[in-house]
Write a protein that binds this ligand. Sequence first.
Ligand SMILES: *Cc1c(COP(=O)(O)O)cnc(C)c1O
Length: 381
Amino acid sequence: MVSRRELKKLAEQNGTPLFVVDHDQLRKNYATFKKYLPRVQAYYAVKANSDPAIVKTFYEAGCSFDVASMPEFKIVYQYIKDMPDKQRQDWIWDKIIYANPIKANETLQELNPYKPLVTYDNYEEIRKIKKYAPQAGLALRLKVPNTGAMVELSSKFGAAPGEAVDMILAADKVGLTVEGLSFHVGSQTTNFDNYVAALNLASNIFREAQGRGYNKMFLLDIGGGFPAPYDDGVRPFRELARTINRELDRLFPKKIQILAEPGRFLVATAATAVSKIIGKAVRDGKLCYYIDDGVYHTFSGVIFDHCHYHFKSFKRRGPTQVCSVFGPTCDALDVVSLVEQLPPDLKLGDLLYSENIGAYSHASSTYFNGFPPAKVIHINA
Ligand SMILES: *Cc1c(COP(=O)(O)O)cnc(C)c1O
């Protein structure tokens, strides 16, 4: 992690709000993922933080990518422009999965020449893919339990287990190839049973498909959801990995390739936001600090990601009290936190910082109310 001294220096040099990305931490997170899940190929979910410098660092570390839009696809694809055709084709499945189950016709048309690997979870999508991207390979996204995940996804995506094999056979019937299955247990999943349930469910679908004569599936994509260590309540990654490895070995023969789409786990701990106190007031007896970053910007995760970020002050000693921290816009929604332990004697111009803010934060910043997104600083890139 970036030291407090360095953060302070960067803020003095660059002004605030600042979003500091530590690329050593990105590499470390990727190495941890590989170390504990050696059978699993990691496809970084670019939507967690689509900064091209982050994609580059993961690319150089050997990572693959989960993209969900054409702009994300192009950020990754730029690395293979100059490859010979043949190599490029191997590369594309090895390096990119287009994992948004719902794709516009125009997107499919644009994807088709790349012969991509794409996910789907409904019959309408089979018709669209057949018409607009017949060269694509398919992975069926399954609906799996998301119990206890911080961000639930199962109400929006996934074929019900009961209709999964019908949907595989329907794609096969029109001449498309279903290469395997995918799922997502929900983001920031601290309930490790979700993975166990999803892996068992996927294994049953593999078996049922085989029983009904479909033998072309060779990959399993176990999605994202791997929790970032935001607080002590999150059990260590190696414990989750042990559970997953055990189920993979028990349920899936070695010839099945295992993919995963970690987003949050790879980037959350690699960034720190630095903001400045620009206002101070007491409202209903409670001390309120106003800062130059907020929920329309780096702290967008408070709204979109159901995430709670904490603030630290550079002042180490002295008493603290419960304070509110508000963003700079005129919207009453712009509340970053109502319960922060901060010193009561911070002054206008003093800095605050928030750690572990690399995922689903800067990526969804807006220009609302005329306030631009935080400046991004890359260190150890
Ligand atoms: C968002 C998303 C991910 C990443 O999820 P994390 O919880 O950040 O790991 C992976 N796969 C798909 C399909 C997604 O939509």
